[in-house]
Design a protein around this ligand. Structure first.
Ligand code: HEC
Ligand code: HEC
Length: 358
């Protein structure tokens, strides 16, 4: 499948080395990247929205956020995003679980998931992983511990009427994030089994998470609270104590990921950027943006080197999915383009993941 895509697309016209047989990414690394992206978005949501707006304008986040006209809880935000990713059928599944769930839907669904939670409870320094063979697929599963990093985790879970555990302490493991996705298997030189995930599948997963988080944010936070006249989104959200624009939500999470040095990197870019920093940084990004503007169905990809490290990169189209995208960009004084139409490709998401060595 990958080779088909590689030969069907124009190769980047740069000094980058293009491999004919791209390597895979180990399932552990793929899970590490995916978990990092989920956590970065959750951190931005918790800090720049839940915590900050409580402090500055006394906007709460509550379980009944629809009725209360408040922000959804971070756990609910994650749940909505995971449902959206699942509905896209890219292959990735993720969700929050606990041995003492407030929501019965979040309990482990089989003995392996239960064991995963028990293991991360005992050893919260690393994820617990296992393989599961289904009819025609080999599924990699990983449970990452989810710790009570703030006092409010403890106070809310200990006092919630539906919680079955009331003695959580700060930094305790409250539950876990389960990731599950299919992997490939090949035989190595000595007939040993090698498990891997094709890099374009890993970027598809990450792209699906980014798309889901941005959509959930736009719909269930921005649109919901603007319609109720509670608060609005604005470019100068920091000075004005408002909601970040969805693009800023994504850009802030990407800064966080870059600072954490996970290895994964992504940017929101365009040939017609409002913010000049979001323009194409090199020929690959420019070619990618041009390509996805004409062929938006598949990302534009390449494999490249930075020093000794090989990277897989993909540019995904970013479409004007709602009239507000078009209205705001067309009217923005810094936008170089004023005739975007609904469903136009307005830009792209460029994603980069490090590849394992040969
Ligand atoms: C204001 C209350 C509140 C706060 C604060 C809160 N939670 Fe929750 N949490 C909930 C509710 C309600 C659910 C169930 C959401 C759903 O419907 O799936 C939940 C779900 C969870 C789950 C999934 C298992 C379950 O109990 O259903 C985990 C794990 C979790 N929270 C961890 C945390 C952590 C870690 C923090 C702090 C960073 C935190 N929570 C902060 C209320 C809260
Ligand atoms: C209320 C105004 C507003 C809305 C609505 C909006 N944007 Fe933007 N968008 C911006 C601003 C401002 C930036 C620059 C953010 C920055 O880098 O500080 C931006 C950045 C971008 C970028 C990166 C390139 C650039 O222009 O800097 C893309 C791509 C983009 N938006 C696409 C979209 C899409 C797709 C939608 C709808 C789903 C959308 N935008 C909705 C204001 C908006």
């Amino acid at each position: 499948m990958l080779l088909g895509v590689l030969t069907a697309l124009p190769l980047p016209n740069s000094s980058a080395v293009v491999l004919k047989t791209p390597l895979g990414i180990s399932p552990e690394k793929a899970a590490y990247f995916i978990h990092g992206v989920i956590e970065a978005d959750r951190t931005i949501y918790s800090q720049y929205l839940v915590d900050r707006l409580k402090e500055t304008v006394n906007l709460d986040s509550t379980e009944n956020w629809q009725k209360d006209k408040t922000l959804p809880l971070p756990a609910q935000f994650l749940l909505m995003a995971s449902e959206r990713v699942r509905s896209k059928n890219v292959g990735l599944d993720f969700r929050l679980m606990s041995l003492w769930p407030i929501n019965p839907k979040n309990k482990p669904r089989n003995h392996q998931e239960k064991k995963g939670l028990e293991e991360v409870f005992k050893n919260p320094d690393e994820p617990y992983t296992w393989l599961q063979q289904t009819d025609n697929k080999l599924i990699f599963n990983a449970v990452y511990p989810d710790k009570a990093v703030a006092k409010r985790c403890v106070s809310c879970h200990n006092s919630h009427p539906k919680s079955s555990k009331r003695d959580f302490k700060l930094n305790d493991v409250v539950g876990g994030i389960l990731l599950a996705f299919p992997i490939d298997q090949t035989l190595g030189e000595n007939n040993e089994k090698i498990y891997h995930v094709p890099p374009e599948v890993v970027t598809d997963y990450i792209h699906a998470i980014l798309e889901a988080d941005r959509t959930v944010y736009a719909r269930h936070v921005v649109n919901h609270l603007q319609k109720e006249n509670v608060i609005y989104a604005s470019e100068n959200w920091w000075e004005e104590n408002t909601l970040l624009l969805p693009a800023q939500f994504m850009l802030n999470a990407s800064d966080l990921i870059r600072n954490l040095r996970l290895g994964v990197d992504y940017r929101l870019i365009s040939l017609w950027p409002i913010n000049p920093q979001n323009g194409a940084a090199n020929r690959f990004e420019r070619a990618g943006l041009e390509s996805v503007a004409s062929y938006p169905l598949r990302p534009y990809i390449r494999t490249t080197h930075v020093g000794d490290q090989k990277y897989f990169q993909a540019v995904y189209p970013d479409l004007a999915v709602s009239p507000s995208c078009v209205e705001c960009h067309n009217a923005h004084p810094h936008s170089p383009k004023h005739d975007f139409k609904l469903y136009d490709v307005m830009g792209g998401v460029v994603l980069s993941v490090p590849l394992d060595h040969d």
